[in-house]
Design a binder for this molecule. Structure first.
Ligand code: AMP
Length: 123
């Protein structure tokens, strides 16, 4: 599949400094910032600096250095946010069925409360 990246998505604008964010951590290959609408006491978004739509796009086309840099940033955010001991959830939504709103790869790091089961049961 060919991945079509929209350079005008909101996280691309954050990376270009066109709109503000509350940065938690930044490295050569990643930026982590607070979600604007947090769903738990800790809710941080970790994004790669490269133009990747989703996790499958990233893991197929990013360089080894980008992948390592991004994954290390996730670990660093967990350490900085203090969620390792009590636990957290790392979520990356993709595409229509994944209900992805922003088409730039991001991993939600959510913690600080019990998050219950991962998926709501179908009714
Ligand atoms: P997703 O549904 O996985 O694409 O999640 C997108 C997330 O981005 C949501 O949790 C939004 O609250 C969050 N979000 C949208 N705009 C911003 C923004 N400008 N700064 C921080 N978080 C944002």
């Amino acid at each position: 599949m060919a991945f079509d990246y929209d350079p005008n998505n909101i996280f691309a604008k954050i990376l270009r400094g066109e709109i503000p964010n509350t940065t938690v951590y930044e490295s050569e290959h990643a930026l982590a910032f607070r979600d604007l609408y947090p769903q738990a006491p800790t809710h941080v978004l970790v994004i790669p600096k490269g133009a990747y739509v989703s996790m499958d796009h990233f893991t197929q086309e990013a360089s080894d250095a980008e992948i390592v840099g991004f994954m290390r940033a996730i670990g660093k955010v967990c350490e900085l946010e203090g969620v390792s001991e009590d636990g957290f959830r790392a979520i990356s939504n993709a595409g229509e069925n994944g209900v992805q709103e922003v088409p730039h790869l991001h991993v939600h790091i959510i913690g600080g409360r019990n998050l219950s089961r991962m998926l709501a049961k179908e009714t």
